[in-house]
Design a protein around this ligand. Structure first.
Ligand code: DON
Length: 425
């Protein structure tokens, strides 16, 4: 190992140093971000409206990330258990979407930002909760998961959230009892949803599994795996299990983008730009599509009910690591791996690589048309051996290329994996 020249106290900050800090540069970079935020002043207070949550240690602070390729990183208290609270909401919504489809779920829950607090009375004109990430919406999503009563619904939710996390999640009984005994506002929200007909099961059969799901214990690593599963189109990158369809994952991430941070969702998208959801236990789950799931844990909450240090660490991580959703590469890696010409036979071969979405194929088509204009070219070979995926529009454009490639030029396609015959949307 190279000699460490950095001041080690920056990484350890008075707590046991995790072995991964020193032997992995990504962990070290995350630990540094964590320690920078720890030194700053981010005022917040531990939630106390559920008595059990008031016992949380405000100093705990951890972060974990999991890539869609299944690599895990962590720093600080990322293995400390805490209750998932409202971070359950997007995952339960995804289970409802998977069960009933977006149209049926959309009849009962909206997808608009409420611009209000998590426990606000936010119903639209047709009586639907504004979105599934506020309490009223989450109680209705819970009612739309499979099951004939509250116990069956909770069993399905527990299994589903465990599949997102890749391990069996358990309820923290003390948190469950504490919230059950004080859930008067949620009872009122459920009653309002019942009065508008958004809730069509007995109140208790939605409220009890809602409270239980909030009490499931996770750590920041679990949260990162759950986020990574959404970021990977519903496929858990650690276990390889498909939890929900890609369309469900995308719909869920869309709602997280607009509504995940309550009345701070707009500011969040400007400063962090990663679909996310917070919980009053101090957790934040963030999911950067096609890249990472991130889990953060720090109990003190800001005025909007989001983890104060959690927001700060994700702001810093997003800007330093370049994770903003709208940070698209200005010069995308070319999908054309090589162009080779054989003047003797008149063959020009274009080898293309990677995921052939519209942006990639637009480049391929452009290069194929210019190469096809060479006087010696009689056959254009499009070699898809190194391509991994072809979208429907790309398949259309490649087929169209045969007609447009030029007079007297034949297009020949090498496609050993049959990608063109089975394009993805
Ligand atoms: O409904 C409640 O009060 C909690 N079980 C969950 C609320 C929550 O986490 C809101 N998030 N910031």
């Amino acid at each position: 190992m190279p000699e460490q020249t950095t001041d080690e106290s920056t990484f350890t900050a008075g707590r046991p140093r995790h072995a991964e800090y020193v032997d992995n540069p990504v962990n070290a970079a995350m630990a540094r971000v964590l320690d920078d935020v720890r030194r700053e002043d981010h005022p917040g207070a531990v939630a106390d409206y559920i008595p059990e949550l008031a016992k949380a240690d405000p100093e705990q602070f951890g972060i974990a990330s999991v890539s869609v390729t299944g690599r895990s990183y962590g720093a600080g208290d990322y293995r400390t258990p805490f209750s998932i609270q409202s971070m359950s909401k997007p995952f339960v919504y995804a289970l409802a979407l998977q069960h009933l489809g977006a149209d049926a779920v959309g009849e009962r829950i909206g997808v608009e930002p409420s611009g209000e607090a998590f426990n606000a009375i936010s119903f639209d004109q047709s009586g639907r909760p504004e979105n599934p990430l506020i309490n009223a919406g989450a109680i209705v999503s819970t009612s739309l998961t499979p099951g004939d009563d509250g116990a069956e619904r909770f069993a399905h939710i527990q299994a589903g959230l465990s599949a997102f996390a890749g391990r069996d999640l358990e309820v923290d009984d003390a948190v469950y009892r504490s919230e059950s005994g004080t859930a008067f506002r949620n009872l009122a929200l459920a009653a309002l949803a019942k009065s508008t007909d958004a809730l069509r099961v007995p109140i208790e059969d939605a409220l009890d599994p809602y409270i239980r799901q909030c009490s499931l214990l996770v750590d920041a690593h679990d949260v990162a795996v759950m986020g990574a599963t959404l970021a990977y189109g519903g496929l858990n990158p650690i276990t390889g299990v498909r939890v929900v369809d890609a369309a469900v994952a995308r719909h869920t991430l869309s709602v997280m983008t607009g509504c995940g941070m309550y009345d701070r969702s707009g500011a969040w998208m400007c400063s962090v730009g990663i679909p996310a959801k917070s919980g009053v236990g101090g957790g934040i789950v963030a999911a950067a599509p096609g890249e990472y799931g991130i889990g953060v844990f720090s109990p003190p909450l800001d005025e909007a009910g989001n983890s104060a240090r959690g927001v700060a660490v994700l702001q810093r991580l997003s800007s330093e690591f370049g994770l903003h959703l709208l940070n698209r590469p200005m010069t995308p890696v070319s999908a054309v791996e090589s162009v080779s010409a054989d003047p003797a036979s008149g063959r020009v071969t274009l080898r293309v690589r990677g995921e052939l979405d519209f942006v990639a194929v637009e480049q391929v088509v452009h290069e194929a048309l210019s190469a096809g204009q060479a006087q010696s070219c009689t056959t254009m070979v499009l070699d898809l051996t190194d391509a991994t995926r072809v979208s429907t529009v790309s398949a259309y454009l490649i087929n169209q290329l045969a007609a447009d490639i030029g007079y007297g030029v034949r297009l020949s396609i090498t496609d050993p994996s049959g990608l063109l015959a089975d394009p993805v949307r």
